[in-house]
Design a protein around this ligand. Structure first.
Ligand code: TYD
Ligand code: MG
Length: 455
């Protein structure tokens, strides 16, 4: 019988390769390919061997489960992202760039949960206990009953957790953990995977909720938490632009709540402050109506968020004009520029285009299309849109405006922030009584005619 060959698997995309390589051909990820030990073939030649398994007890779909118990931290922005609070025994991964504020957030979260009566252990593999204590003092959390350890050895950590059985354990970070049964350096894919597996299994077995912190590097040199994402119940990303004080905690996966929910914080001298009304914050720097500035009425999960989209269009000295995008998808910009040219006859050739979302927010909703187009046109024509107007709608390749979800919630938020006019797609369901003047338009050409032709 043929000996089974070793398989090399990419931890980013799962592609299987015959031999090891530094870069995965399938997805282009570097240092992501690891050797998977082949399953030993049993005497019968079948890979599971001759030993028979246990017969599973099956259940029906009709059996009801009580909804998961939750404990709120009192940090409303965090609880919202978790889907209403912490579920005992759940495993949560918090990913983000180094220095973005993960340790700060989780120390604050640990303190809040501890003050709510949960037993919490914070294990730092990156900082000494004294450093963590200094941060706690700076954040005014020294009196919170959080137990602290500075350790990277997984065996000792799990032994401690098993002895104490806390309600919540925070592991900062998973890249620094070292499982001594795996022969690889801390931070390597195999170590991160093994450590995460051990910790998540512990959480499930003992009912301790665990939070794993994971660094994401652009180069993917350190094993990103991608491999870990499949193992945990909830994946949160902590995002923000350097130089901006806003931080967004975003749920990208949540077995116990809605994904796409965001929590907004501001990094201050004394830690992260919660922002209950992000729209007001994102629009706070907005002055009088300026060409190129448009307010987009967006949705982040269940919450309406207004943001300012800014565009600058200038004659380009370059053969290939610049297209610079911050906070939005660059492909979206290309598509919208192409639709403006092909459907409305407005070319951007020979012009540099700069596009960004004010305040360091990221917008990924297609509903932002019309606001992007409006900002581009406004900048190009040097005509300011009325300051009291918000815009939303998806643009199809034909130039038609597609309706988007939750139009009324968007309009209500706009009304709340003092806006009195809105442009929306024609087929959006809007019943009267939102208290705001809504112009509904079928396509981009109508929009251009109504808003820009007059000026
Ligand atoms: P940190 O939580 O250490 O980031 P991470 O764990 O994601 O690497 O936060 C680091 C940054 O936060 C650092 O640049 C200093 C800043 N910071 C404040 O501005 N205010 C504070 O109160 C604290 C604790 C940190
Ligand atoms: Mg940290």
């Amino acid at each position: 019988m043929a000996k089974s060959a070793p398989a090399f698997t990419c931890t980013e995309c799962g592609a299987v390769h015959k031999k090891w390589a530094g870069r995965c051909d399938a997805c282009g990820a570097w240092n992501a390919i690891i050797e998977e030990a082949p399953l030993a073939a049993g005497p019968s030649g079948r890979t599971l061997g001759a030993r028979r398994g246990r017969k599973l007890a099956l259940s029906t779909l009709a059996e009801t489960e009580a909804p998961p118990r939750r404990v709120a931290s009192g940090l409303a922005e965090l609880d919202r992202v978790l889907g209403g609070g912490l579920v005992p025994g759940s495993a949560i991964l918090v990913g983000g760039d180094p220095g973005i504020g993960k340790s700060t957030l989780l120390l604050q979260a640990a303190a809040s949960f501890a003050r709510e009566g949960l037993s919490c252990i914070y294990v730092s593999g990156e900082e000494a206990s004294a450093q963590v204590r200094m941060r706690a003092a700076r954040l005014g959390l020294s009196d919170a009953p959080v137990q602290l350890a500075a350790e990277t050895g997984l065996r000792d950590i799990l032994t401690t957790l098993d002895a104490l059985r806390p309600d919540l354990a925070i592991i900062d970070s998973i890249q620094t953990m070292w499982a001594d049964h795996v022969e690889a350096a801390p931070g390597s894919v195999s170590q991160v995977r093994a450590a995460a597996h051990e910790i998540v299994s512990f959480a499930k077995k003992r009912g301790t909720a665990v939070v794993l912190v994971g660094h994401v590097t652009k180069e993917g040199q350190i094993a990103g938490p991608r491999v870990v994402e499949h193992m945990v119940d909830t994946v949160l990303y902590f995002e923000g632009e350097r130089g901006h004080q806003f931080r967004i905690l975003r749920a990208v996966k949540n077995r116990f709540g809605p994904a796409d929910e965001i929590g907004v914080f501001e990094m201050t001298g004394s830690g992260l402050a919660e922002i209950a009304n992000p729209s007001a914050l994102f629009l706070s720097e907005r002055g009088a109506a300026t060409p190129g500035s448009v307010v987009f009425a967006g949705m982040e999960g269940t919450r309406p968020v207004l943001t300012e989209i800014q565009a600058l269009v200038a004659a380009s000295p370059l053969g290939t004009p610049r297209r610079t995008v911050v906070g939005l998808d660059a492909n979206r910009l290309s598509t919208i520029l192409a639709v403006l040219e092909a459907r409305c006859g407005i070319p951007f050739a020979g012009m540099d285009v700069f596009l960004n979302v004010a305040g360091g927010m990221r917008v990924s909703e297609p509903a932002a299309d019309l606001a992007i187009a409006a900002a581009l046109l406004s900048a190009r024509e040097d005509i300011a849109l009325p300051a009291e107007m918000v815009v939303f709608g998806e643009i199809s390749l034909s130039g038609a405006l597609r309706p988007v979800t939750q139009s009324e919630n968007r309009l209500k938020e706009a009304k709340k922030l003092g806006f009195s006019r809105a442009i929306a797609p024609e087929r959006s369901k809007i019943t009267g009584g939102v208290g705001i003047r809504v112009q509904q338009m079928p396509d981009l050409t109508t929009f251009v005619g109504e808003i820009f032709a007059a000026g």
